[in-house]
Ligand binder design. Structure first.
Ligand code: F6P
Length: 546
């Protein structure tokens, strides 16, 4: 048996037993009037209510002990030092160094990672300031009005999520070009003045097809619109670990911000990849984002496991998924500004922990990763919440509500909060058919009709959820929210015994995509493709008109 198998830990069996015959969440809530205080966790920039998880103090204690047995106390500290957490890519995992204070130092292969980060931050500040104050000039000497981040996955979702959360950019407009679907470029480019647009090529590898294709399309677009080849450098900067590939694209080194192997793409929003945030909202806002993340890092590193927000969030969802059998996790921000948060967390959680083997190559025997989805409340209430309330698929949810509205329509915010709290209450308690029937009868319906109607209106409840009250939508809060989830993913991955930091699963599709593209575009029309369905699809696709 692999020593990384969590089911060999004695607590796993204890918890399996505890999951049987667990009372309904409504009963758990009613049995303990102090439950809210008992399950409330305060962390930087936020307060978490875990009282609507389907657990009691004993189960929580067992889960914390499980985390201890899995070595979380030591490994969380190692996340702040040189480590070998990503052996299948031969890389350290050090996103915490991205927001470490300048006095720190972490040696990675003879280089101080913290010093490298601070040197890069200085360059990032200079660049962001120059674009914002108009010192950076385009080919015809005009200041930059629009900035387009070309990148995908971690080189897109983090900066896009934070930029959207912070609201309209106060200087250049910031746009994102991610998809290889030409529709994105086709819709974006006509609105831009080539002489006043700066493109950021954000790609850790500088090899991602979507990003390279969009970058080449944009370069042609600039050239076609009269920007001289020698002036292109005034319209491109890049962020990458791959200096050679960026140079090959024609970018001088001074237009290149560094990134490091020890930052995973989905963990990179607090790195130089955050440049669109610094340009759109100012470097000071970016520093505040880092400060919020740092505060959560310190909480994660230092707080006892039993009072540690990322640890308890991780354990609650592990409990839901591995012991109570939830099938998906809904992230429901009650904040339109956080509309991209579910997308961002989808990559963070699903690309990190969607793994079938443990770090030693042995197959996992528990469900890993989480099918995460979601959208802003209250919109979802008028769409898919029907399934959540009366469907049959078990799920858990995370509500996120900023306490400060961030606008002056206060009465809207009260309604928003009220609906957020109402949904969480209904998820937990549901409504029995007997209660519905009694209510209908009390309202004058005859007992037979009431009995017939009741099952259609009853709701099982018993759906666990976390309520996360965020201070506001400011950069510190966003930084803390990001780090909270990064560390949650880390804790779960460590308990499952998997490597949360590689993503080999996405590679085969990329390779096959290239083979199929070659077949699809050559005159043979897919003759070299082995799979008969793919070959038929190529033929059908090529038969399109237009
Ligand atoms: O294909 C997956 C992936 O490698 C992600 O992990 C990454 O965030 C994204 O592609 C973009 O990669 P890059 O920044 O190297 O272009």
């Amino acid at each position: 048996m692999s020593h990384l198998d969590p089911t060999r830990l004695p607590r796993w069996q204890t918890l399996t037993e505890r999951a049987k015959d667990l009372p309904h969440l409504a009963d758990l809530l009613d049995a303990d009037p102090d439950r809210f205080d008992r399950f409330r966790i305060d962390a930087p920039q936020m307060r978490l209510d875990l009282s609507r998880q389907r657990w009691d103090a004993d189960i929580r204690g067992q889960l914390v002990a499980l985390a201890e047995d899995a070595g979380i106390d030591a490994t969380r500290k190692t996340l702040f030092k040189a480590n070998t957490f990503n052996p299948t890519e031969g890389r350290a995992v050090l996103h915490t160094a991205l927001r470490a204070s300048v006095e720190g130092s972490i040696d990675v292969d003879g280089t101080d990672a913290v010093a490298a980060v601070h040197a890069a931050l200085d360059r990032m500040r200079t660049l962001a300031d120059a674009v914002r104050d108009g010192t950076w000039r385009g080919a015809t000497g005009k200041a930059i009005r629009d900035v387009v981040n070309i990148g995908i996955g971690g080189s897109f979702l983090g900066p896009a999520m934070v930029s959207a959360a912070l609201g309209d950019s106060d200087r250049p407009n910031v746009h994102f070009l991610a998809n290889i679907d030409g529709m994105e470029a086709a819709r974006l480019l006509p609105a831009l003045d080539p002489t006043r647009t700066l493109f950021i090529i954000a790609s850790k590898s500088f090899g991602t097809l979507e990003t390279r294709t969009n970058a080449l399309t944009v370069r042609s677009w600039l050239l076609e619109r009269g920007v001289a080849p020698a002036e292109l450098r005034k319209h491109f900067v890049a962020i990458s670990t791959n200096i050679a590939a960026a140079a090959e694209f024609g970018l001088p080194e001074e237009n290149l911000l560094p990134l490091w192997d020890w930052v995973g793409g989905r963990y990179s929003v607090t790195s130089t990849i955050g440049l669109p945030i610094a340009i759109g909202h100012g470097f000071a806002a970016f520093e505040r984002l880092l400060a919020g993340a740092r505060a959560m890092d310190e909480h994660f590193r230092d707080a006892p496991l039993a009072a540690n927000a990322p640890v308890l969030l991780a354990l609650a969802e592990l409990w839901n998924q591995n012991f109570l059998g939830t099938e998906s996790h809904a992230v429901l921000p009650y904040a339109t500004a956080l509309d991209l948060l579910p997308d961002y967390l989808q990559q963070l959680e699903m690309e990190s922990n969607g793994k079938s083997v443990r770090r030693d190559g042995s197959p996992v025997t528990t469900r890993t990763g989480t099918i995460l989805w979601g959208n802003v409340g209250t919109n979802g209430q008028h769409a898919y919440h029907q399934l959540l309330h009366q469907g049959t698929a078990p799920f858990s949810a995370q509500f996120i509500l900023p306490q400060a509205a961030g606008h002056h329509f206060d009465h809207h915010h009260d309604w928003l909060a009220a609906h957020c709290f109402a949904q969480a209450e209904v998820f937990a308690r549901g409504r029995s058919a007997a209660d519905v029937q009694a209510e209908l009868e009390a309202s004058g319906m005859n007992p037979q009709a009431a009995a017939a109607a009741a099952p259609h209106r009853a709701m099982a409840g018993n759906h666990p959820s976390t309520m996360l009250l965020l201070d506001d939508l400011g950069p510190e809060s966003l930084g803390a929210l990001i780090a909270l989830h990064e560390h949650k993913v880390f804790v779960q991955g460590m308990i499952w015994g998997i490597n949360s930091f590689d993503q080999w699963g996405v590679e085969l599709g990329k390779v096959l995509g290239t083979t199929i593209h070659d077949a699809l575009t050559d005159a043979g029309g897919g003759a070299g493709v082995a799979d008969t369905t793919t070959r038929a699809l190529i033929a059908l696709f090529r038969s399109r008109s237009g």
